[in-house]
Structures are given as C-alpha cells and as structure tokens.
Design a protein. Structure first.
Length: 464
C-alpha cells in the first residue's frame, strides 16, 4: 500500500459494498467513495416498485445508515463526479475537488438509461427512471386518473406499468415486440406477462414504437409507428440501460459492451477494478463474458474485487440472479442463457405457477420460477454444476428438484475431486468472517463453509 486511499467511483450498491468488504477484510487505510448524486449510496430495485408507489422511503433503499460512513472511516464525496482517470499515474480528477492520487481504484459507475429520442421527447412530462430524483419526479406526476404511456416492456417498463396502475393511473404499454420479454424469455413466457397486465387494465400496444411525443409545452399524447394517437399526461421510457464506460474508455481501458475484467474483476489497467452494471466479467462457470445489470451482481462482485485488491485471490463465479414482483406475481431468474432456444417447462405457463429451464448442450444454463418460491438455490446448483440433467425429470412436477440438484452436485464433485483444493484460511479471512460473514458467503463460499465448520468444531470441544 502506498498511503494513498483506495478510491471507489460510484454511489450505488456496488460502491457501498466494496467499502464494506474492504473494512470486512480488516483494511484500515483510507477509503474514498465518490458519487455524482447528492445522496449516500442506495439500492435501485425499489425505485420501480415500492418506492415509486410511496410504500418505502429513502432510508429503506439506502445501503447503510448515514452514520456508517464516518463510523467506518469512509470519506463519502457526494455531488462529485470523476471526470478523468490516469491509470499510469494512479490519479483521478474530480469535479469539484481537483486531482487525487489513489493506491487502487474500483469503477462502479453503473449504467445510463437509454433515452427516448423522438420529436417532442424533451417536453415536460417525459421521464426516465434511474435515480431517486427520477422516481420522485414520476411519483409527483402520478396522480390517480392521469394517463401514462410506458414505453418499453422489459423489467423496468413492466414494473413501472404495474406500479403506476396500482396507483390508479390509466396505463398504455407500448413495445416493439409481439409480447413482453419476447427476445429474452420467449413468446410463451412473454404471453404470461401480457395477460397479467391486460387483466389489471393495462392497454397493450405491441409491435409498435413511439415516433413522436405531442404537446405544446408539456406532454399531451404520443404518436405510434402505426399512426395511432394516444392521449397522455406523462410518458415514462423504460428502454433499458447502457453501461457507463465513458471514464474507463477515455482512460484507455479495454471496453466492449462494458469494462472488460478477468474473473477477479481486474481491468486491463493495473490497480483498477470494476464491479456491478459496468463490468463485463470473464465468468469461469459460463466460459464467456457476462455483464449483469441486476442487484445480485452489484451485491456479490464487490467482495471479490476487495479480496483481490488486498492480495487475497478470489474469482467471481457466482450465478446471476434477479427477482421481480408485478402485482402479486413473484418472478425469480437464475443463470445466463443468451441464445438458448430449448426451454423445458415444469408446469403450465398459463397457470402462473411454473418453472422454466433454458438448456444448452443438455445442461441447465438458466432457470426461472413464476409464483413458486424456494427453488432458486436448487436452480443455482444445477446451473453452477454444469452437468447434464434429465429433461424429462426437469419437466416432471413430481420429481424433486432438490434431488436433481444433489445428483448434479455429486457428479461435478466426482469430476473435480482429483484437482480440488480447499482454500488456505488466513488471518485476514478470519477477520472478515468475524466482521461480515454474509459478505464472505457471497464472495468466498468455500472459505465461509470451512470457517463455519472450524467454529462449530471449536465450540463442541469447548463444551466438553
């Protein structure tokens, strides 16, 4: 360590968890966390759901209490942007604040919402959702009886549509595909969400785009690509996000659909790591790059980056997971299955109580449950083990998914038994276990399990 601080750029969940994990390792030097927003770090999932509906407040979304940062010696710079990065000199220029030197740096810059760019999209009453301020503005405009157009039927668009409908607004959902999620989940599952929203009174406009927003000084309606005119009081664009790579790209880091990292979350620049929405990670389980825009990655990647920053080798091999709740239907998705055309259903999709499995070469690449809680850990085991499974057993509602996962686990252990090595338990790992066992379980589950067993044995001996 050079005496310069570890600098974290980004005030979302990933940035806050990185600071927490560094302290969890017992790191006692300076940590500086930089965020362009005026608020302390917070989590984003509630912004399209409970926060938007007024059912939770900012303190519920904040990662830590305000006193946590000073109490743990973390310098929190709010309303501050990182505008230039010099990896060779290990310097970053802040506005305001000037240039500071860093020992190591984590890019947790997140993502930007794709903008609606049609004539009239700059009118008052056109919104995008990424920040607390965005959610506050939409909530202030969301008075019962008003007419809202939601553009885009991905996760943000459908969650916003559900939330605004529950607030008593009239909703029109406009999307390019034939059903929501057609490209990512397929037509059968997309039809489930289309029916769900239609049953709750959402007017669906599939297969079209917004070509113009109409109004004099504020939104009065939208024009669709088929010529339809829809009256509206507000428009919310949910068109997905783009990784915020500008700082990294200008600094010469390798960028391609995200900041490229190895399995340890190190970028192409020495001493610079990336985590969260911005990181495109060489994933050891999937054998390809994975960039996940979901809460789980922002939670579980920072502890791995922190471990490697402090000289404790770790690889990010956790399986991406996300959840969504729309009206009273809960969805959990685990895995990574781009381009997988084979889908096995356990249960009928129209029942809204089913599981779906995406198959790649006889192996489960991803699984999703709708209305069935408690299966995520079994699906995670099937995906992470990467061993062939019986498709008939997957589809059989009477077959135990827990037994299938256990069989896959045993097969993988047999394949790897000759090369498996238990991790060395260092004093730093013991300190982290004492300070933050949950963080350890996310980043280094084998270490967590070994220490659990060590403490249980010690407790048994002391009892005798």
């Amino acid at each position: 360590m050079t005496g310069a601080p570890i600098v974290i750029i980004g005030g979302g969940l990933a940035g806050a968890k990185a600071a927490e994990s560094l302290r969890g390792w017992g790191y006692e030097e300076r940590i500086t966390l930089v965020t362009g927003e005026p608020l302390r770090p917070y989590e984003r999932p509630a912004l399209s759901k409970s926060y938007l509906r007024g059912r939770s407040g900012f303190d519920d979304t904040a990662v830590h209490a305000e006193r946590w940062y000073a109490g743990h010696g973390v310098e929190l710079l709010t309303s501050t942007r990182a505008v230039a990065l010099d990896p060779a000199a290990r310097r970053v220029r802040l506005e305001p604040g000037g240039t500071i030197t860093y020992d190591q740096l984590l890019l947790a810059t997140g993502a930007h919402p794709r903008r609606l760019t049609v004539p009239g999209s700059g009118l008052e009453g056109v919104y995008h959702l990424r920040t607390v301020a965005d959610a506050d503005a939409i909530r202030a405009a969301a008075m019962p009886g008003r007419r809202a157009i939601v553009v885009g039927a991905g996760w943000i668009g459908t969650e916003v549509a559900a939330s605004l409908r529950r607030l008593g607004l009239e909703i029109a959902l406009v999307f390019r595909s034939g059903v929501p999620f057609a490209r990512s989940l397929g037509a059968d599952i997309g039809a489930v969400f289309a029916d769900l929203h239609a049953e709750h009174g959402v007017a669906l406009h599939p297969g079209v785009t917004v070509t113009a927003v109409r109004g004099r000084s504020a939104v009065e309606g939208v024009e669709l690509s088929n010529g339809t005119i829809l009256d509206a009081d507000l428009v919310v664009a949910g068109l997905g996000v783009e990784p915020a790579v500008e700082l990294a790209q200008a600094a010469g880091l390798k960028v391609a659909g995200g900041v490229l990292t190895d399995a340890g979350l190190a970028t192409s620049a020495p001493g610079v790591y990336a985590a969260g929405d911005v990181a495109s990670v060489e994933h050891p389980v999937f054998g390809t790059r994975v960039r996940s825009e979901h809460w789980w990655s922002a939670l579980t990647q920072p502890p791995v980056a922190a471990a490697n920053m402090l000289g404790h080798p770790a690889a990010y091999d956790w399986i991406p997971t996300f959840t969504s709740k729309q009206y009273d239907v809960m969805v959990e998705y685990t895995g990574h299955a781009p381009g997988c055309d084979t889908v096995v259903f356990r249960g009928a999709p129209e029942s809204r109580h089913f599981a779906a499995f995406w198959i790649d070469g006889g192996r489960v690449a991803a699984g999703m449950t709708v209305g069935i809680p408690g299966l995520e850990r079994h699906i995670r085991a099937l995906v992470s083990r990467g061993t062939p499974v019986s498709l008939a057993a997957l589809a059989d509602e009477d077959a135990s998914l827990a037994d299938l996962a256990a069989t896959a686990t045993r097969a993988k252990e047999q394949l790897m038994a000759h090369e498996h090595q238990h991790p060395e338990i260092t004093e730093g790992l013991r300190q982290w276990y004492d300070a933050c066992p949950c963080c350890m379980s996310q980043a280094l589950p084998e270490v967590k399990q070994a220490l659990d067993e060590e403490r249980a044995t010690a407790s048994t001996h002391s009892a005798h």
